[in-house]
Design a protein around this ligand. Structure first.
Ligand code: BES
Ligand code: MN
Ligand code: ZN
Length: 498
């Protein structure tokens, strides 16, 4: 499936389906008006069936006077409700209609939505990302493969003046969409396929396709030498060896400090000896979605071709109960030298991340952002809409919130005040790995903060947003690839011109 920019007069476009907008009260968007004129008022005649609510659709065949085979009238919603949420509804509805009629080509002319040239880039990028996401189908582990897509191209109709900006936007949008697809696919694969070793192989395969990218895998013996006993303690009960996956993207001079992304890659989280209850435990195959979003972002980055250096560090392990697994009360020494009392083996994400975060120091990073399905408490606090953002760096917080807003990939800041730190006090080690029932997302981030003193750092808890649990929508979402991509894109914009 290709996205393209289309210019020219709307009535002479050769396409299987032309999508034009209608606002409430039958008000036609400019392209729809042109079609209506070419069709001698036919649209106005039939439009009574449509209220113009966002995403409401009416398919018309044999519209006279135009070259397109079909016209899909698309409700745009009220002018003062043209927000990201409605835009997503519109794209979802457009794509579900296009899939239903099994057409090969479509052109979207949602010109009624363009408020200014300023946000054309943003809007078209979202349209590209969201249309692409509607076409994702998971069939890797089904014997009956999904029907191949009939859609070969989706065009966006723009004026000649906007074409260049449009090309730029759909190119970035496709790159991000591919990253989202990768993250979803990795997330959806079952725990017996997507093991730490599988993640490592995928990271190696990605580097083989891109000259700027190098992947290094640290095996258990190397991690042992580095003193990563906290990370290694998590995989002890598993027959799958743990891996530290390091992906280095060099898009700038070697001496430019990199931005580092760290991902939690627990390929299955049983809870370990602090075993989780059985209900919905299958969903703990998604506990590597932080790693998946970091890998998806690295893939997008190779396509975006940003002039930056970026390092991805993925801490991959499987958390299983076994005779040799960690037990509550066990104490391990982290790579930083700090000791940790493992009061609950189900708080394993922070145990793998802390050593990955210490490892990040060697890259002398500009910023470090870690991404993890870290706490059920984050779902209690923020539900399934926003990623939890925790950092003591107000500038980095502000930057990430701006990126989140631009990427339409919601994040919300939670506090990381020192007052919470004492919840991690232990009588037997430097730190306990749990901080009690209060503010679980905050104390998890407090734990991580003990390992991030040497650089600018932020933590993203994606526990509530990384996957959908319900029915047909059950599956990985690919969040927060758009946010991470925008975070990197904005770093290029900010770096001084040479
Ligand atoms: N992977 C889970 C967090 C999680 C749970 C994400 C449910 C999404 C849905 C994490 O490893 C975990 O088990 N955290 C514990 C921490 C607790 C023991 C302090 C939790 O949230 O219950
Ligand atoms: Mn856990
Ligand atoms: Zn976990």
């Amino acid at each position: 499936m290709e996205f393209e920019i289309v210019t020219g007069s709307v009535e002479s476009l050769e396409t299987d389906c032309l999508i034009v907008g209608v606002a409430p009260e039958g008000e036609l968007a400019p392209s729809a008006q042109q079609i209506d004129a070419a069709a001698s008022g036919y649209l106005k005649e039939v439009i009574g069936d449509l209220q113009g609510k966002a995403g409401e659709a009416l398919l018309l065949h044999k519209v006279p006077g135009i070259s397109a085979t079909r016209v899909l009238l698309m409700g745009l919603g009220k002018a003062d409700e043209r927000n990201d949420r409605n835009q997503l509804k519109i794209i979802k509805s457009a794509l579900s209609n296009l899939k239903a009629i099994r057409c090969k080509s479509a052109v979207i002319a949602l010109d009624g939505l363009e408020s200014s040239d300023d946000d054309l880039y943003r809007q078209l990028r979202h349209n590209t990302e969201w249309a692409s996401a509607e076409l994702y189908q998971y069939d890797a582990t089904k014997s009956k493969k999904a029907d191949p897509l009939s859609l070969e191209s989706i065009g966006f109709l723009l004026s000649q003046d906007n074409a260049e900006l449009g090309e730029f936007s759909i190119s970035d949008g496709s790159a991000i969409a591919n990253g989202v697809d990768t993250a979803r696919e990795l997330g959806n694969l079952p725990g017996n396929v997507c093991t730490p070793n599988y993640l490592a192989e995928q990271a190696i395969a990605l580097a083989e396709e891109c000259d700027e990218l190098t992947t290094t895998i640290l095996e258990e013996d190397e991690m042992d030498k580095l003193g990563m006993h906290s990370l290694l303690s998590v995989g002890k009960g598993s027959s799958e060896p743990s891996k530290l996956i390091v992906m280095e993207y060099q898009g700038a001079a070697a001496d430019v400090k990199p931005h580092v992304l760290v991902g939690k890659g627990i390929t299955f989280d049983t809870g370990g000896i602090s075993l989780k209850p059985g209900g919905k435990m299958d969903e703990m195959k998604f506990d590597m979605c932080g790693a998946a979003s970091v890998m998806g972002t690295m893939e997008a980055l190779t396509e975006l071709g940003l002039d930056l250096n970026v390092v991805a560090i993925i801490a991959a392990a499987e958390n299983m109960p076994a005779g040799n697994a960690s037990k509550p009360g066990d104490i391990v020494t982290t790579m930083s030298g700090q000791t940790v009392e493992i009061l609950n083996t189900d708080a394993e994400g922070r145990l793998v991340l802390c050593d990955a975060l210490t490892y990040a120091e060697r890259f002398e990073p500009e910023t470090v952002v870690d991404v993890a399905t870290l706490t059920g408490a984050c779902i209690v606090a923020l539900g399934h809409h926003a990623t939890g953002l925790l950092t003591n760096d107000d500038d980095l917080a502000a930057d990430l919130l701006v990126s989140s807003e631009f990427a339409a990939d919601k994040a919300w800041r939670l506090p990381l005040w020192d007052e919470y730190q004492e919840q991690l006090d232990s009588n037997f080690a430097d730190i306990a790995n749990i901080g009690g029932p209060a503010a679980g997302t905050v104390t998890a981030a407090c734990f991580l903060s003990r390992f991030t003193k040497k650089y600018r750092w932020a933590h993203l808890d994606i526990a509530g947003v990384a996957w959908n649990s319900n029915g047909k929508a059950k599956g990985a979402t690919g969040r927060c690839v758009p946010l991470l991509c925008q975070h990197l894109i904005s770093q290029v914009d900010e770096s001084p011109e040479e």
